[in-house]
Design a protein around this ligand. Structure first.
Ligand code: C2E
Ligand code: CA
Ligand code: CA
Length: 365
């Protein structure tokens, strides 16, 4: 079963009734008291007794009030008649609730792991970096991919703890590889994805400094990938943080470039080192406009002295086109899917001709 297709998160039927009963008891026991307190606090906020609210704050209080009411209805139904649960939540919503609940416990249960996808230089056919990509090994559902649980984690503060774990584990692992295989991993970077909420964390810089210190990784070996949209959402703060990261010697990559609607003209205001062209544009390269877009992005990056990486490279034709446009750093399934730790060690230490470069005949050396 591939979890990428498992959008409905169907728990096995036998598991379902067991989980439902346990979960329903938990919900009714755990929710009623805090919900009552939250409702009182929200009432106080919305009637203005604690000060005037901005339009945005008022909207947020309204959303919170609606959600609290829904949860209160849910506890009423559970305590009255469990059979009627369907009136309040659909199967899909219930599955989401279960998943959110499991997500909160996943970190303490050691259910997360990292895969690493190589980033390759076409100039020498060598691995120059590794992107750390999180996986969740769910006890009933199997592997769950980040597209399916990162948005859920972002709804709560779980994303902060998860992001910190990823940062620490990725730095620890690269540092360990450097110690275990002297000479092979020294120049490699590890790229860690930073979510919008994590970027807005007031003590993000402190956390990063602490991780660097604890793991012993050099800051030049760390790259933080931040999407265009996360930057736009946090523009003012992002500028400050990016500058401080540069001062620490940590490199910053603008991820999914082209998808976040930021204007090219604003780009030079932000201190970046690397730009990653989104795979959408790589896939569109077989039409003329697609080629022109990649060419424009590559030229602009070079003029701004930015390193440029094309992601989602799946065919040799794309590799040749990218080379002809001056884009020589690539990442994609053609070379490798995200790999496990031992596979990365074998690959970087050259134990296997993983990419079969000789047969790809790319012209590097
Ligand atoms: P992303 O940062 O754009 O990461 C690249 C995604 O594209 C990965 O999916 C990777 O497996 C996939 N990919 C790589 N090469 C190819 C290719 O040639 N073709 C296609 N079709 N796909 C390719 P994955 O691992 O499922 O991650 C999805 C997204 O989840 C990531 O997109 C990133 O936004 C987010 N994510 C992953 N790990 C983390 C994390 O630790 N923290 C946060 N905040 N987000 C993460
Ligand atoms: Ca990324
Ligand atoms: Ca990306």
């Amino acid at each position: 079963m591939t979890s990428k297709q498992m959008l409905n998160f169907n728990y096995p039927a036998a598991m379902n009734s067991e989980i439902n009963n346990g979960m329903l008891l938990d919900i009714s026991n755990e929710l009623r008291t805090p919900l009552t307190v939250i409702q009182v606090a929200l009432d106080l906020l919305s009637c203005g007794k604690l000060g005037t609210l901005s339009q945005e704050e008022y909207r947020m209080v309204e959303i919170a009030t609606n959600n609290t009411e829904r949860l209160m209805r849910l506890t009423n139904v559970i305590e009255g008649n469990i059979e009627n649960l369907g009136i309040v939540v659909s199967d899909k919503e219930l599955a989401q609730l279960k998943l959110e609940r499991d997500l909160e416990k996943a970190l303490s249960r050691n259910e997360f792991s990292l895969s690493y996808q190589p980033i390759i230089s076409l100039k020498n056919n060598k691995v120059i970096g590794l992107e750390a990509l999180i996986r969740w090994e769910h006890p009933y559902l199997g592997t769950i991919y980040p597209d399916q649980f990162i948005p859920l984690a972002e709804k709560s503060d779980a994303i902060i703890q998860i992001s910190n774990w990823v940062l620490k584990e990725a730095c620890r692992q690269l540092s360990q590889w450097q110690n275990d295989f002297p000479g092979y991993f020294d120049l490699l970077t590890v790229s860690v994805n930073i979510s919008s909420k994590h970027l807005a964390e007031p003590n993000l810089l402190e956390q990063i400094k602490q991780v660097i210190q604890e793991t012993g990784l050099k800051s030049k070996n760390l790259v933080l990938e931040i999407t265009e949209s996360a930057i736009i959402n946090n523009k003012i703060q992002a500028q400050e943080i990016l500058t401080e990261l540069q001062n620490l010697g940590i490199r910053v990559c603008i991820d999914d470039f082209g998808m976040g609607y930021s204007s090219f003209s604003r780009l030079h205001e932000l201190p970046f080192n690397v730009l990653k062209i989104d795979r959408y544009f790589v896939q569109k390269m077989n039409c003329l406009n697609g080629m022109h877009i990649i060419e424009a992005i590559t030229n602009m990056s070079h003029n701004l002295q930015l390193e440029v990486i094309a992601e989602g490279v799946e065919t040799l034709e794309q590799v040749f086109q990218l080379q002809s446009l001056g884009c020589n750093k690539v990442q994609g399934y053609l070379f490798a899917k995200p790999l496990e730790n031992h596979e990365i060690a074998d690959l970087v230490c050259g134990k296997i001709d993983f990419f079969n470069f000789s047969s790809l005949n790319l012209g590097g050396n």
